[in-house]
Write a protein that binds this ligand. Structure first.
Ligand SMILES: [Zn+2]
Length: 645
């Protein structure tokens, strides 16, 4: 386990004598902790904090938030949420203050529940982490009320004008908390290891509806003088990045006893058709992973600017509309978000360097679900695509010795968003696939179910996971530990040589066509009549890096690629179009870049454009038009690529 050090900002925050006093008190309180250092001392609450989170100012071993109660008003004109957060606090004996995370929040006051003012102090601002908010805790006070307002540029919140929605008539608001953006709209301890339950009362303009990642207590809202008020409650403790809200012209359709879809009215039919298998997916996931512990599982299909494919907010997955392909070919994304109900939401990465435990596990389970639902050939194709993506990602990150290709990635001094590469997803999934192949499905599946039980509603670190594997899967077999190269998988860069090599017969047939086409056969000789989305992705991704202008035009003429509605196929085609400066696709490229904000599509296309002089001019021109539509998560990635610096 890595050694622990107080980061500088923690040292700044807590005056030394106070720390010493608190540690002494902790030692008094927990005899077992005496003789150990502060970081090793027991946390006061039930869930252990296993590793200091360098991306939070919180001092959970001294005082921690256990419950958040929000009372907020949404002002769409000012683009501000304002109101109160009442935080329930547990503290070590003798602790006299609590440290919260904030970023770009205006704190209007902090009081005890009886209204008595509590002294507070905002620390220096860090551009990534924000500002620590330290509140004095008089004895007997176990709840504090923070009155505050958000900034119009709060990084988690995107306020969309009517023209940026499908309906075009009403505004929209949604939040994206992961990784450390919840602190831009809620003053709490914003660390994935500090689980909190929450409730909320949200007042919005009366023509709009609010939904959250929680149980709806008033689905239609209650009319009042200030608008329409909606109430929510989540009784399962979650990491704060999973507290999420959306407000807009939102309709609902049921898909099963515990599943349904929310979206703008004009997209409801398409969404309900695309996700018809949702209820079945939950049942299949339970068969594999054990009980679904969150009550309902609904989807919210967002306006196109949403920066991710999906976000696994509990009870209500947020999803991009770019997966509405019309033929259910992109629902693996929903399987992924559903799988997070176990890996990520139930058992959570303790810090952001353990992110692969959320995403690798989820990507592995996603493929298992796809196999159970749509058969082994579909799963095999997805595995081959993931493997190719992983190899490309390793190259993009600097090759097999690059430090960002380590699963237990070092994020010290960096925005945790920089760790959100393909590595935690696809290298993590490959590792778990290796374990499955080594131990067989029966044993590995039993291990997975026991893992989710053992760590339910708890944080997990990479070293802890390694220990757990040794104990419960390898049963202490050290030779096997070495043979499987567990250390190398978890702590070394690149892809170990025992990584499974997936294979797909369907893709081999596709590759034959690629070879023939590269050798001069016309596109019309390619038998692509019944190709799935995945076969198209593989075909386009396998074509030679450089083709003749006539070949590119032949492909487009024969298969109508520039006119494709399927976002994955169109994306793969547009990369080819950019590489070859294929003029007939440029209007479609511009429309694609200005009509959706999914970072996975945007980053490679802008990067490709920036490689050439003509492309740079195009990229800069399109970006300045499109940028106001993109979420901050996307612009933080794209600004350095397109604007430089
Ligand atoms: Zn995920």
């Amino acid at each position: 386990m890595p050694s622990f050090a107080w980061p500088g900002y923690h040292r700044r925050m807590l005056k030394k004598p106070v720390l010493t006093a608190v540690v002494a008190l902790l030692c008094l309180a927990a005899a077992a902790a005496c003789g150990r250092t502060a970081d090793e001392a027991a946390a006061p609450a039930a869930a252990p904090i296993q590793e200091r989170d360098i991306h939070s100012f919180a001092q959970p071993e001294i005082a921690r938030v256990t419950h958040v109660a929000l009372d907020l008003q949404a002002d769409f004109t000012a683009k501000v949420l304002s109101g109160r957060a009442t935080l329930s606090v547990e503290r070590a004996p003798g602790a006299t203050e609590i440290v919260l995370d904030t970023r770009d929040l205006t704190i209007e006051g902090v009081t005890a529940p009886d209204g008595a003012a509590l002294p507070f102090m905002l620390g220096d601002a860090d551009p990534v982490l924000g500002r620590p908010l330290t509140v004095q805790l008089p004895s007997g006070v176990d709840r504090i009320v923070v009155a505050y307002r958000t900034s119009p540029s709060a990084a988690a919140l995107q306020w969309l004008g009517p023209s940026q929605t499908a309906g075009g008539a009403l505004p929209y608001l949604y939040s994206q908390g992961q990784a450390i953006l919840t602190r831009t709209w809620i003053p709490t301890q914003d660390s994935p290891g500090i689980r909190q339950t929450y409730e909320a009362r949200v007042t919005v303009p009366r023509e709009l509806r609010a939904v959250m990642s929680a149980e709806q207590l008033t689905p239609d809202g209650v009319e009042g003088p200030g608008g329409r008020t909606f109430e929510f409650r989540l009784t399962q403790p979650v990491p704060p990045y999973l507290i999420a809200i959306a407000v807009g012209d939102i309709a609902f359709r049921s898909l099963g006893p515990r599943t349904g879809v929310y979206t703008e009215p004009s997209m409801l039919d398409a969404a309900a058709h695309e996700f018809a298998d949702l209820e079945k997916m939950v049942t299949v996931a339970e068969d594999l992973l054990g009980p679904y512990r969150w009550g309902r599982y609904d989807l919210l299909v967002l306006p196109p600017s949403f920066p991710f494919g999906g976000m696994e907010n509990p009870r209500l997955t947020f999803a991009t509309p770019t997966i509405l392909a019309g033929d259910r070919s992109l629902v693996s994304l929903v399987a992924h978000e559903l799988a997070h109900s176990w890996s990520g939401n139930l058992v959570t990465n303790a810090t952001w360097r353990d992110f692969w435990l959320n995403e690798g596990m989820t990507s592995y389970v996603e493929l298992r679900l796809m196999e159970a639902l749509y058969g082994p050939e579909r799963a095999a194709m997805l595995k081959v695509l993931a493997r190719r993506g992983l190899e490309e990602e390793i190259v993009r990150l600097g090759g097999p010795t690059a430090k960002d290709t380590v699963l237990h990635v070092d994020l010290a001094g960096r925005d945790p968003d920089e760790g959100m590469t393909g590595i935690p997803y696809d290298k993590g999934a490959a590792f778990l696939e290796l374990l499955e192949q080594t131990f067989g499905r029966e044993r590995f599946d039993a291990y997975l179910r026991s893992y989710f039980d053992r760590y339910a509603f708890m944080p997990i670190t990479t070293p802890r996971f390694h220990d757990d594997l040794r104990t419960h899967l390898l049963a202490g077999d050290e030779a096997l530990d070495e043979k499987l190269k567990l250390e190398e998988w978890l702590y070394a860069p690149g892809l170990p040589d025992n990584a499974p090599m997936p294979q797909s017969d369907a893709f081999e047939r596709v590759e034959q066509h690629v070879r023939a086409f590269a050798d001069g056969a016309p596109a019309s000789s390619i038998d692509a009549g019944d190709w799935t989305t995945q076969e198209w992705q593989h075909f386009l991704g396998s074509l030679p890096e450089q083709m003749t202008a006539a070949q590119v035009a032949d492909l487009d003429r024969t298969f109508g690629l520039t006119k494709r509605g399927n976002s994955e196929v169109l994306f793969a085609w547009l990369r080819i179009a950019v590489r070859h400066r294929y003029q007939p696709a440029m209007a479609t490229l511009e429309r694609f870049l200005t009509s959706q904000g999914r970072r996975k599509f945007l980053r490679p296309l802008y990067e490709d454009l920036m490689k050439t002089e003509w492309g740079q001019a195009e990229a800069k021109r399109i970006y300045e038009t499109a940028r106001p539509m993109y979420h901050s998560v996307a612009t933080t990635t794209l600004d350095p690529i397109v604007r430089g610096g």
